[in-house]
Design a protein around this ligand. Structure first.
Ligand code: NAP
Length: 270
């Protein structure tokens, strides 16, 4: 019974495999990578490595052979139309390989989004359903990394967090929390044909972000709304649902989700 994971060499893939090793022996895990050299550290830990490139359909069926569970980590390609083709190739190959259970890292609350990526994730979910293979959709919330675009270190230096005006709310979470929950699902039972919205259980605001920054910096940081801000992130954020929340992540973790203060620490230099 093998658990096959695509995108294993990426940031999320590595974290999922680290967590999975706490639940299952290394010889049950297959790490799929595009290039042999990015799989060396898995082999050293007793994990099988197979070559899998979403753009090379011939590589996929072999990579997925014997998979009782296959985790497709969504492609990072910047063009969602190309991502759709890549995912379709994975889906077709999974069907031909007779994968037992298909798990997919989707995006949280995609029905509420208008961004191309919302359509891509919904289309991939539908594609997976066409195979008839039992599925689990792990709808990841916005990675906490987006705070990296908000100039948090400048906010600390100036005592002022500048943000674009609006009623912004964020359900974002750390990759590590997501990886821990996904590993629990991959190694657990009873998750067939389920959809999990892996978000924070309560959404936070920019005011709460300023308060968390103040705590970490040990000095007051005020919130300043500025409609002159030029930052691509706001147009992206306005096209996805960052405010809806769910208790699914907390439940799968079996512990509280990381706090805002803990989660932003890696993005500030203190
Ligand atoms: N929820 C969010 O906020 C959010 C934000 C950003 C991204 N995402 C999605 O989450 C996914 C995982 O995130 P991450 O941080 O782990 O991304 P990442 O570090 O960029 O990892 C992406 C992985 O996909 C692999 N890959 C790229 N093109 C491929 C192809 N043609 N065939 C097979 N594998 C391919 C990469 O392999 P190489 O090592 O060979 O490049 C790498 O292992 C991303 O791919 C993206 O779809 C979600």
């Amino acid at each position: 019974m093998s658990i096959v994971i695509t995108g294993a060499s990426g940031k999320l893939g590595n974290l999922i495999i680290d967590q999975l090793l706490q639940h299952v022996p290394a010889n049950r895990i297959v790490a799929c990578v595009r290039r042999v050299e990015t799989g060396k550290h898995f082999e050293e830990r007793g994990i099988s490595v197979r070559i899998c490139d979403y753009d090379q359909p011939d590589s996929l069926e072999q990579a997925f052979a014997g998979a009782s569970r296959l985790l497709l980590i969504s492609s990072p390609h910047h063009d969602d139309t190309i991502r759709l083709r890549q995912h379709a190739q994975v889906i077709e190959s999974a069907k031909r390989s007779k994968v037992g259970h298909f798990l997919y890292t989707s995006f949280a609350f995609p029905e509420n989004g208008t961004a191309p990526l919302s359509h891509l994730h919904l289309a991939t979910e539908h594609g997976i359903r066409t195979t008839g293979i039992p599925y689990t959709f792990l709808r990841n919330g916005l990675f906490m990394d987006f705070v990296g675009t908000l100039d948090l270190n400048a906010a600390i230096a100036n005592g002022k967090l500048n943000v674009y005006p609006g009623d912004w709310k964020f359900n974002s979470v750390t990759r590590l929390d997501l990886a821990t929950a996904i590993a629990a699902v991959l190694s657990g039972h009873g998750h067939e044909n389920k959809i999990y919205e892996l978000t924070a259980p309560a959404a936070w605001t920019f005011r709460e972000l300023a308060a968390a920054l103040s705590d970490l910096a040990g000095k007051p940081i005020s919130l300043c709304q500025d409609s002159q801000i030029q930052n691509w992130i706001y147009s992206f954020l306005s096209q996805i649902d960052t405010s809806s929340t769910s208790g699914d992540l907390k439940q799968l973790l079996g512990r509280p989700v990381s706090t805002l203060k803990e989660s932003i620490k890696p993005f500030i230099a203190i």
